[in-house]
Design a protein around this ligand. Structure first.
Ligand code: ADP
Length: 239
């Protein structure tokens, strides 16, 4: 049975690389309008979970549902067409290209009319992007480039934004700016799923969190409860 309030759901997903099983029967869900983080130690399998949810890595067992439909075997490209947009890890910008050209890339699946409408919506949401449409990405700071990466993912007007370590490599002050930006995105009605190494920041800026350890879900709670949990603090938040 599918539940319309669940935008994205993993049911007992098992996957890995070659013969090496990395993720063991992981279940998680992102509800409509919710922001959810996946945290846990380095090498725990967080990015691997994300790869299976976004069609980069096949599920060995289990199911993935997007907007109530079984998308377990759907490609990344088709997932984008069904309302899931991805902000990949690290700098995936093209230095010589302008902000507008990056937005055009993000709009490859939609027609001109939709692109016009979505651009209007996006620039309303992110006025700082509008000021910089003609600027080449190579002249922008790391935080600004991350903003463009998020804008590129939003131009297709997705239901859910999936981010792999949005704060990676950013100065602490810019990390806050990116989380504020994601709050704006959530306030606009989107759901958000992120993997974050910066566990404290992630928990402070999301509704719910999953702690993954050795490829399994160890804790699944509201983020503020995870922040207050002694065991979680000792094990994953540096005491
Ligand atoms: P996390 O995101 O929690 O740091 P990852 O999902 O990146 O963890 O990695 C989990 C495990 O999977 C690690 O042991 C890592 O070495 C292994 N792994 C990650 N990517 C690959 C790959 N492309 N091929 C083989 N093993 C990989």
């Amino acid at each position: 049975m599918s539940d319309p309030s669940k935008i994205l759901e993993a049911r007992d997903v098992t996957t890995g690389y070659g013969n090496n099983e990395i993720v063991h029967q992981v279940s998680l869900q992102v509800n409509d309008g919710e922001s959810v983080c996946i945290i846990g130690p380095n090498g725990a399998g967080k990015s691997t979970v994300l790869k299976s949810l976004t069609g980069y890595l096949a599920c060995w067992e289990g199911e993935i549902h997007l907007n109530g439909e079984d998308v377990t075997d759907v490609s990344t490209e088709d997932l984008v067409g069904r309302g899931l947009s991805i902000v990949p890890q690290g700098n995936t910008m093209f230095p010589q290209m302008t902000v507008q050209e990056h937005l055009d890339m993000g709009a490859w699946l939609i027609d001109d009319e939709e692109k016009r409408e979505n651009t209007e919506w996006l620039l309303d949401l992110f006025p700082r992007v509008e000021e910089r449409l003609d600027q080449k990405v190579k002249t922008m700071s790391g935080g600004e480039q991350q903003m463009v990466s998020i804008a590129r993912a939003l131009i297709s007007d997705p239901d859910i934004l999936v981010l792999d370590e949005p704060s990676l490599g950013l100065a602490p002050s810019l990390v806050d700016t990116i989380f504020e930006l994601l709050r704006t995105v959530q306030d606009a009605g989107l759901s958000i799923l992120m993997v974050e190494q910066n566990a404290v920041k992630a928990l402070k800026n999301t509704d719910r969190g999953y702690v993954i350890e050795m490829g399994s879900v160890r804790f699944a709670e509201e983020s503020r409860e995870l922040l207050d949990d002694d065991e979680v603090q000792q094990l994953y938040l540096g005491g």
